[in-house]
Design a protein around this ligand. Structure first.
Ligand code: FES
Length: 222
């Protein structure tokens, strides 16, 4: 059994470790590696710090759950007598959040007594619904037949390279979301795309960077 004494050079600034689990684990590994054991009082202090953190997370989760429940209850109350109430509720959630968060979909399932799998069938059937949070900027590139034949694939390749994101995905910093859609109803000006709600047409690959720059430029104060 190793002695339960603290070697004099052992770091004791536990407060600094509490902020970051990864650095906490790393520090513990270093202590164990260096001394062959973790002194009991340090283990107890770490355990206390983690318990406090878990308790805070539990409280936060309860608060989030109760907010979600209130939101869903209000929507169910509003739409419950309408035909197609599920779709109407999901539309409102999408408009409100920019996507349908899983925890809200679960609450809708519970409130309406509809299976979660059925809700996801609806969400994935209609292109309108998103399952992940959108980016600050959103590009929907048309791959309908007219656009495809007039060069949309090279625009898509350019967009992917420029934004460093795959279709249907959002950049890790949530700055850009790239979608591929089937016909946006302006085939006469193909190839076309929509960026942040604005439609652009008669494009070629070199226009993509111009449009991206334009979208990300700070708007002049009016
Ligand atoms: S095919 Fe692209 S707008 Fe119709």
């Amino acid at each position: 059994m190793p002695p339960e004494t603290v070697p004099p050079e052992l770091p004791t600034k536990l407060d600094a470790w509490k902020d970051e689990e990864a650095s906490l684990l790393e520090s513990l590994e270093q202590i164990e590696h260096k001394h062959g054991f973790i002194p009991r009082h340090i283990a107890e202090e770490v355990s206390r710090a983690l318990e406090v953190k878990i308790e805070r997370l539990r409280k936060l989760q309860t608060k989030v759950e109760s907010n979600v429940r209130k939101e869903v209850d209000a929507l169910v109350e509003k739409w419950k007598d309408e035909e197609g109430s599920l779709i109407l509720i999901l539309h409102e959630i999408e408009n409100q959040h920019g996507y349908v968060p899983r925890e809200i979909a679960m609450e809708v399932s519970y409130a309406l007594g509809v299976k979660l799998a059925r809700i996801y069938e609806v969400l994935t059937f209609y292109h309108y619904f998103k399952l992940k949070p959108p980016g600050r900027h959103n590009m929907s590139l048309c791959m309908g037949t007219a656009c495809y034949l007039k060069g949309a694939p090279s625009m898509l390749a350019e967009a992917k390279t420029l934004l460093k994101v795959e279709e249907g995905c959002t950049t890790p910093d949530r700055e850009w979301h790239l979608d591929v859609v089937r016909c946006i109803g302006c085939c006469g000006m193909s190839p076309a795309m929509v960026v942040d709600g604005k439609t652009y047409g008669r494009l070629n690959a070199s226009d993509v960077s111009r449009i991206v720059n334009q979208a990300t430029q700070p708007k002049a104060a009016s």
